[in-house]
Design a protein around this ligand. Structure first.
Ligand SMILES: [Zn+2]
Length: 97
């Protein structure tokens, strides 16, 4: 529970937010969500390929190209997040990717 007098957990505005962008950064949150979505897609494709292997589905090789594309999208999203966080200084210790 957040104590209303605990100002350290409340979003800051103005110069305080500029001085410490780790408090809240909408761009960081967006990029982190895009990375999360891309990682989830990659996981789903791996799961579907695995299930295809178990069923001995001859189409299982078709997953390889989709998996490679999903891996590239995940890597691009991770890179965009890390570049932004490094330049903006809004990464926190518990958000390392
Ligand atoms: Zn930022």
């Amino acid at each position: 529970m957040v104590n209303s007098t605990d100002r350290t957990k409340q979003p800051r505005t103005g110069s305080a937010a500029t001085a410490n962008p780790a408090v809240f950064c909408a761009t960081k949150q967006t990029l982190l969500q895009e990375f999360s979505d891309a990682a989830y897609c990659l996981t789903v494709l791996h799961q579907e390929k695995f299930e295809g292997v178990i069923r001995d589905d001859p189409r299982v090789a078709q997953f390889d190209q989709a998996i490679e594309q999903a891996r590239l999208m995940k890597d691009r999203a991770k890179h965009a997040y890390l570049i932004h966080a490094g330049e903006h200084g809004c990464i926190t210790a518990n958000q390392n990717v």
